[in-house]
Write a protein that binds this ligand. Structure first.
Ligand code: 5AD
Ligand code: SF4
Length: 441
């Protein structure tokens, strides 16, 4: 067992919730070997940068951060490890362009980090081999950021190869975690006082227990029985795999929140076809109708890409009309960015930058108005909120999330952190609700 006693480390995380959860695992592994986590890179002897490769912009942010670390390294000395999706995608090439990086480790190899840091594995190790199966023993322990809401990874990787998406090249093929291990972790989190669980995976709806063949809806049913945890959410779903059985399991469950993130990407069937998404606009609208018939008032969010190769003005208008028809509670919207190795990278990136920018602004402007209207409808209502901490803007104000995943900022005389409370909503904006503590939730 590696001994890292006396070593201090800092972790910088870019990207999605899966990366956040992986960073919690990296911190847990290093702490278990005796190292101490610090809150600023200036205080660490080692910095692990957990990177994201989903868009070119994510890589640009990483490079500028590596630049900052490089300057510090020259002044004070530092070991820099690159982890995450950029590590897996470019491997040893990273060392050529970024000589300050001391080692490169891909997502399937974090269990080796204590070894790498205690002995080193030769000059500048690059460890990016793929794991074909889930190895539960290599996945523990965690040092979690929140004492209230916990991520639980249930699968990793993706077999879909959407034309724009680099994820299958950074996270490999689908690997599923055994159901009993997932339920064991949820039960132990419940004993530790966690109130909310978020199941994670690139495509959670395709979950299949490698031991029993149980499906995602079975996982939802089984986790409903675990005492203590009150709210269960999951990301990311795929419209192609989001079945009626899953919708019904959500609706029947007492704990699964009335909230779903279901990436649409485009409202145009021909664009969806070029993206190789495996569903049409009508299929997606049908799923939304089913969800709303089973769970009236369900809060829906989505991802949108504008300017995919060949996207015409009319096709773009179909995305705008989908936003209008569905009225999402929240969206994440992006300009298409070609990624290495993907099918779309071979297409001509022919939508001019200015057109992409204008389309993105149009999407965001329309969505902002829709959210403002939806949020106004909450004024005067009393809603259940899980308080996660203090507001980022004003430390006298508490902040949490509603069941529909809206940000709710509220005043309270008593410390509400970690508790369910009822908040009377009295004001709202496009991105949050505001109100006062009413009673314990
Ligand atoms: N360009 C722009 N956006 C992308 N996404 C994934 N790949 C790309 C890309 N190449 C977006 C999708 C996905 C979200 C996580 O990021 O909308 O759902
Ligand atoms: Fe990318 Fe598609 Fe996999 Fe999502 S499902 S990660 S969009 S390839």
């Amino acid at each position: 067992m590696a001994d890292l006693n006396g070593l201090t480390f800092f972790i910088k995380t870019f990207g999605c919730q899966m990366n956040e959860n992986d960073s919690e695992r990296i911190a847990g592994l290093l702490a278990a070997a005796g190292a101490r986590k610090v809150e600023r890179f200036e205080d660490g002897q080692v910095v692990i940068v957990n990177s994201c490769a989903v868009r070119a912009k994510s890589e640009e942010k990483l490079l500028s951060y590596l630049g900052r670390l490089g300057s510090w390294k020259k002044k004070r000395g530092l070991v820099i490890g690159l982890a995450g999706c950029v590590a897996q995608l470019y491997r040893e090439k990273i060392l050529v362009k970024n000589p300050d990086v001391d080692f490169v480790v891909g997502p399937d190899n974090y269990h080796l980090l204590p070894e790498i840091l205690s002995h080193g594995l030769g000059p500048k190790p690059v460890i990016t081999s793929w794991a074909c199966d889930w190895n539960e023993d290599e996945r523990q322990p965690f040092m979690r950021e929140s004492p209230v809401s916990a991520y639980v990874t249930i699968m990793e990787g993706c077999d879909n190869f959407c034309a724009y998406c680099v994820v299958p090249f950074t996270r490999g093929r689908e690997k599923f975690r055994p159901l009993r291990a997932i339920l064991g972790e949820v039960a132990s989190l419940a004993r530790d006082g966690y109130k909310e669980i978020q199941f994670l995976g690139q495509n959670v709806n395709s979950y299949k227990d490698p031991e029993t063949g149980a499906l995602f809806q079975d996982l939802l049913k089984a986790s409903d029985d675990i005492k203590g945890v009150e709210w269960i959410r999951f990301i990311t779903s795929h419209p192609k795999n989001f079945s009626g059985d899953i919708a019904e399991a959500m609706a029947r469950s007492k704990k699964v929140c009335s909230h779903l993130h279901l990436p649409l990407q485009s409202g145009s069937t021909p664009v969806l076809e070029r993206m190789k998404r495996g569903y049409t606009r009508e299929d997606y609208l049908g799923t939304i109708r089913l969800l709303r018939s089973l769970m009236p008032g369900i809060s829906l969010s989505t991802d949108i890409i504008v300017g995919f190769p060949g996207e015409t003005e009319r096709e773009f208008e179909e995305t705008m009309s989908a936003l209008e028809a569905i009225r999402f509670a929240n969206i994440f919207s992006f300009r298409y960015s070609p990624r290495p190795g993907t099918a779309a990278a071979k297409l001509d990136d022919d939508v001019p930058f200015d057109v992409k920018r204008r389309r993105l602004l149009e999407v965001q402007k329309r969505q902002k108005a829709i959210q403002t209207e939806i949020h106004k409808g909450f004024i005067g209502r009393t809603i259940k909120v899980l308080c996660l901490g203090k507001s980022k803007k004003d430390k006298r104000i508490y902040s949490g999330r509603s069941e529909g995943y809206q940000v709710v900022n509220f005043t309270s005389e008593q410390n509400a952190i970690g508790r369910f409370v009822r908040v009377r909503v009295k004001d709202s904006g496009p991105y949050s609700l505001g109100g006062d503590f009413c009673e314990e939730g």
